[in-house]
Ligand binder design. Sequence first.
Ligand code: PBG
Length: 327
Amino acid sequence: MGFPIDRPRRLRNSENIRNLVKEYRLHPSQLILPLFITFGQNKKEAISSMPGVFRYSVDRLSPVIEEARKVGVSSFLLFGIPETKDLEATQALNPEGPVPSAIRFMKKHFPETTIMTDVCIDEYTSHGHCGFLSPDNRIENDSTLTCLARMALIHARAGADVVAPSDMMDGRVSALRTALDKEGFTDTLIMSYAVKYASSFYGPFRDAMMSGPQFGDRSSYQMDPASRTEALREARLDVEEGADILMVKPALPYLDILRDVKNAVDLPMCAYQVSGEYSTLVAAGQNGWINLDKAIMESLLCIHRAGASAIITYFAIRAAELLLKGD
Ligand code: PBG
């Protein structure tokens, strides 16, 4: 007969009270903006499957960094588009390539920024896979590690603050840590894509980077969306190997995994709101099917609530503007 005493709804009656009981708030400094750096000069190329995202040559980078800095975004994740691709991923190890050049440029002109780099060879191999191939077209784990370690060193020497191995080869975190420490880069952080699923949500990125696999797919090294416990194993291994920050990717379809890993390990967590998450929201917004600004903020807040203190997102600048406006 009695009405239940517990009435959570009354906490939502006033805006002041709603603000007092909020448990999660985002800040622009939590956002990381991915940047696609292309070879050549005077380039700012639109990417048709990612409206609003561009490939920049180093000499055209400043405006986007200034725009981000103005709204409090100071962390950037760099990807490179080399002029040539081959079986050996030669350009991944070119100290004059787009990524090392961009790092040096940013260190010089924007010394207050934090520079993170994607360490993976898929953008540099002619076949588009993240590892070297054996004669029977299988991905070779161990020979790939040597290349990844050299690539990370090149980025560290150019001034990268954080290297982010994204290939999902086994043992890459310890390969990178050993190589970095040996050359005195003991303070270079490793943000590992510890849990990366073989996802169709990477489609637009592969367009952007022209890095889609030329045969087969990535399911022999990226995780199956149907598996969950393996995520914890992958995460624990990366902790043991010396990772500083762990990443789960994609973000929104994998919030349960993000929370599982967050609860299981004591490292800071990052999540990557990937290209397909970006493009689907943008497309729905362009059609007037959702309110894009609200959907951006809701998705980012939910990713934060699931356990990520840092979020990589192509919406970083827009989201930071909205946060500053108090939306
Ligand atoms: C691999 C890499 C990929 C992404 C980030 N790093 C592509 C892949 O694994 O196929 C995807 C990012 C995105 O979709 O936004 N270098």
